[in-house]
Design a protein around this ligand. Structure first.
Ligand code: ATP
Ligand code: MG
Length: 137
């Protein structure tokens, strides 16, 4: 059993898509074992995306992620990291497979509606960045 970290990004919260995205996560057999709404500060967003610091899209990414509230959640299931990445689809919605969250909801490469951890090391870091162990059921 594996855990991964997920964000419903500001573009999706703003369009009232929290419920639709949670429905798709649960229908895929992933269990939501912690969740909360947060409005990221600039420092919190910069720390979260530290691996991308210096890349051309970094400043716009931080501005976008702090532009409104997000939902952050921990998902649990067999092979949860890979299965949730598959459910999200590719970063660029034009390349995302039909039926994925990004194909259906993302508006652009930046406004791409969801985040998911890309490895066990990232998942552990990202979960701990937002949740204390006693907040996870
Ligand atoms: P995420 O980490 O959000 O799950 P990802 O792993 O598919 O997405 P990353 O390469 O980690 O993609 O990039 C992090 C985020 O930065 C992307 O989800 C997207 O919002 C933004 N981003 C990445 N590349 C670009 C780009 N070329 N132009 C604009 N935004 C980008
Ligand atoms: Mg990533």
């Amino acid at each position: 059993i594996e855990r991964t970290f997920s964000i419903v990004k500001p573009d999706a919260v703003e369009r009232n898509l929290i419920g639709a995205i949670y429905q798709r996560i649960e229908s895929a057999g992933l269990k939501i074992i912690a969740a909360k709404m947060v409005h990221l500060s600039e420092d919190k967003a910069k720390g979260f995306y530290a691996e991308h610091e210096g890349k051309p899209f970094y400043d716009d990414l931080v501005a976008f992620m702090t532009s409104g509230p997000v939902m952050v959640q921990v998902l649990e299931g067999e092979n949860a990291i890979a299965r949730y990445r598959e459910l999200m689809g590719k970063t660029n919605p034009e390349e995302a497979a039909c039926g994925t969250l990004r194909a259906d909801y993302a508006q652009s490469m930046r406004l791409n509606s969801v985040h998911g951890s890309d490895s066990p090391v990232s998942a552990a870091r990202e979960i701990a960045y937002f949740f204390a162990e006693d907040e996870i059921c």
